[in-house]
Design a protein around this ligand. Structure first.
Ligand code: UD1
Ligand code: CA
Length: 458
């Protein structure tokens, strides 16, 4: 945390170049919205009470995302430019001294270390403003840093306003700045909209502060990957790829084995324990927590779920909002959803779907079953093809199966239904009445045998 630093994140623009109905900063990369990434970086350097996000376009939706992160909101009714966005926060911010760090809601890859380094450099040098800059091979679209012959910063020129010589400059303005707050608020109203876009450019503060006798410095960093601004869907995909690379690298350095890491998709909020092996093309998203020494098979998708240590997920399995206790197995080709829960060492195999169902410790359902709204005890066996008929066309009903029960293959269990401990259901039964402990229930037509029924010669 830095002393005496406030952060403003600009997020009021529409993002026309995204060609989307959704506000640009609400698009996702690395599993989080762009604005949330910027807020999370800011929270590493300043307390939530000193962080504000400027909202405008689709204000209500963006405000909801900002408030969920616990930071302040500033409203910019009309989007008249990045300089104007700051002016809208004068009431909240102009009383705060120290440094005013400004960053962009569409610059999600920014690292908190870069923000801290920028603010520290501005504070220690006493500059009126310090800009975070980098050299890009292709600087198209960015504001260019124009320096004097002695290397000091003179101004920032927007790409669309730049001369051909200025466009040849590869050093770009990242849109991240640290201002001396007092100087900033004293001079912010000197920004004019006398440019082809008729916008109040925040970048004009550079020339304004220099005119007022203050020094403006550039804090240039070599790793430009954190400064990528997202303006279209191609850049969104590029940012997503960088987040994915950062995450798999972090996990691998923490002891997770990832096969073909360039193919897996893991959200930044996911936790994975050491010695877990993740197969190619796996996706682990949301706030999933995976224990140690687990195995996540190729092409599995795990969303917002919790897996205990030693859990095994075989390939092509879908698990969402569910839980596997230690040593549980699922898949290949299984589907667990809406609070499905496998107890310790429980197994579900191929083409088994569990919805709002608990399968107790050591129980098994190995092939082709639908188990919905059910509670199944420990060490029970659910035969292939078992279906819980949980829906009567209007309401959902529960099926309760005790410990050590045996459900024969292709059983149809019509809920509401209770099958007690140790009960046995004959294969192919349709069960509509409760079955007491340790009894056998068979609900199917007896086999009829007609010997010699087939005519000779055919
Ligand atoms: C801006 C900079 C440019 C820099 C680039 C870095 C200006 C004038 N230009 O250009 O020098 O190289 O960022 O990515 O600042 N916004 C508002 N209110 C507004 C306008 C914009 O809040 O009235 C917000 C947008 O939501 C966005 C951010 O400011 O998050 C940047 O706006 P954008 O239009 O993308 O600026 P760039 O053209 O990329
Ligand atoms: Ca931008």
């Amino acid at each position: 945390m830095l002393h005496d630093t406030a952060v403003v994140i600009l997020a009021a623009g529409q993002g026309t170049r995204m060609k989307s109905r959704k506000a640009k900063v609400l698009h996702r990369a690395g599993g989080k919205t762009l604005v949330r990434h910027a807020i999370d970086a800011a929270l590493e350097i300043a307390p939530p009470g000193r962080i504000f996000v400027v909202v405008g376009h689709q204000a209500e939706a963006v405000r909801a995302e900002v408030e969920a992160a616990g930071v302040g909101v500033i409203h910019q009714t009309e989007q008249l430019g990045t300089g104007h966005a700051l002016m809208c926060g004068e009431a909240e911010l102009s009383g705060l001294g120290g440094s005013l760090v400004v960053c962009m809601g569409d610059c999600p890859l920014i690292r908190s270390e870069a923000l801290a380094g920028l603010a520290e450099s501005q504070q220690s040098s006493g500059a009126g403003a310090t800009l975070l800059t980098t050299d890009l091979d292709d600087p198209t679209g960015y504001g260019r840093i124009i320096r004097n012959a002695d290397g000091t910063v003179r101004e920032i020129v927007e790409h669309r306003d730049a001369t051909p010589e200025q466009r040849a400059v590869r050093e770009i303005n990242s849109g991240v700045y640290s201002f001396d707050a007092k100087a900033f608020w004293r001079h912010v109203h000197e920004i004019r909209n006398e440019n082809p876009a008729r916008e109040y450019y925040l970048t004009d503060m550079v020339a304004i502060l220099i005119r007022a006798g203050r020094r403006v410095e550039a804090h240039k960093i070599a790793d430009s990957s954190g400064l990528l601004g997202i303006n279209n869907k191609v850049e969104l995909a590029a940012a997503d790829r960088i987040f994915r690379e950062r995450k798999v690298r972090e996990l691998m350095l923490a002891g997770v084995t990832i096969e073909k890491p360039e193919t897996v998709t893991i959200d930044s909020g996911v936790q994975v324990g050491a010695d877990t092996v993740i197969g190619p093309f796996a996706q682990i998203t949301g706030d999933s927590v995976i224990g140690e020494n687990c195995h996540i098979g190729a092409c599995s998708i795990i969303h917002s779920s919790v897996l205990g240590d030693e859990a095994e997920v075989f390939p092509f399995t879908l698990i969402s909002s569910s839980r596997l206790d230690a040593g549980a197995h699922a898949g290949p080709f299984a589907r667990l959803r809406m609070d499905a829960h496998l107890g310790a060492g429980a197994h579900v195999g191929n083409f088994v779907e569990l919805k709002k169902t608990k399968l107790g410790a050591g129980s098994k359902s190995m092939h082709l079953a639908y188990l919905g709204d059910s509670v199944i005890g420990a060490k029970s066996n659910i035969g292939a093809g078992t279906i819980t008929c949980n829906y009567d066309g209007r309401n959902k009903h529960a099926t309760v199966i005790g410990d050590g029960a045996f459900i024969g293959s292709n059983s149809t269990l019509v809920a509401p239904l209770e099958i007690a401990d140790g009960a046995y259901i004959g294969a192919g039964s349709t069960i509509t009445h409760n079955v007491p402990a340790r009894s056998l229930a068979v609900g199917r037509a007896r086999q009829v045998l007609k010997e010699g029924w087939k005519k000779k010669g055919l």
